[in-house]
Write a new protein. Structure first.
Ligand code: NAI
Length: 250
């Protein structure tokens, strides 16, 4: 039996590739109607939607740059008009702009904060407003990172943004638990996506040696945890972070 009731509306940000793509496909497999958000990769989003529909699921692509408050407001206006509500939000969009601290410019710090933190803030605020107005409750899953739990050299900006997402999620979870809204975080370690291939072979080999399970994770191994936290299987879990890292930070 599917985990989500027919008519469950789920928005996944940054879902045209990588982890977001796997999350969108998994939520749809479990019966949710999935809104596949993308910033500029319309082709990738179209392919995700097609893949979901070809498997008998329901999906639609929706464009918005999550770091732009006005664009996020427009996206939620479209969701309200077209679907009337939102049940699940997965804040997955994220970027890295790695640099050692002493060379880190203000711009790269701002860029990472704008997409990772402000993006999560804008979308969560809009979703919570809709969930409260509709009195439906809901589930929000924010994608952080082990960098936000233990810190990662060369990623002071990214680690700060992901740590902020974890504490932001706890605060919102406390604020809206009484409204039936659960907010949890998933903190992946090294997952096979273009974000990790961008690190290059040498760094990848170094990171591999730190992982007890001896391999990088697959996007689907993150997606199944997100689906768990988005579904009623986790109905008594809120304000928590589940780390998915092959034992890296145990
Ligand atoms: P990815 O680069 O394939 O996915 C990131 C997605 O976010 C892309 O589709 C991108 O277009 C989208 N995006 C970026 N800026 C956006 C914006 N302003 N508005 C809307 N969408 C935007 O990389 P991956 O690995 O799938 O990353 C997904 C999430 O997982 C990110 O939040 C990342 O920080 C996090 N993560 C990834 C890890 C990994 O090892 N791959 C480890 C820990 C966390």
């Amino acid at each position: 039996m599917a985990l989500f009731q027919d008519g469950t509306i789920a928005l996944v940000t940054g879902a045209s590739s990588g982890i977001g793509r796997a999350v969108a496909i998994d939520l749809a497999k479990q019966g949710a109607t999935v809104l596949v958000n993308y910033r500029s990769n319309a082709q990738g989003a179209k392919e995700v939607v097609a893949q979901i529909k070809n498997s008998g699921g329901k999906a639609a692509a929706i464009q918005a740059d999550v770091s732009d408050a006005v664009a996020v407001e427009k996206m939620f206006t479209i969701i309200k008009r077209s679907f009337g509500k939102i049940d699940v939000l997965v804040n997955n969009s994220g970027i890295t702009r790695d640099s050692f601290l002493i060379m880190m410019g203000k711009q790269v710090f701002d860029d990472v904060m704008k997409t990772n933190c402000y993006g999560c803030f804008y979308c969560t605020q809009a979703a919570v407003r809709m969930m409260c107005a509709a009195k439906t409750g809901g589930a929000i899953v924010n994608i952080a990172s082990t960098s936000g739990v233990v810190g990662q050299e060369g990623q002071a900006n990214y680690s700060a943004s992901k740590g902020a997402i974890i504490s932001f999620s706890k605060a919102v979870a406390k604020e809206y638990a009484s409204k039936g809204i659960r907010v949890n975080t998933v903190a992946p370690g090294f997952i096979n996506t273009k974000m990790t291939t961008a690190a290059g072979n040498l760094l990848q080999e170094k990171y591999l040696s730190y992982i007890p399970q001896g391999r990088f994770g697959e996007p689907e191994e993150v997606a199944s945890v997100v689906t768990f936290l988005a579904s009623s299987l986790s109905s008594y879990i809120t304000g928590k972070t589940i780390v998915v890292d092959g034992g890296l930070t145990m």
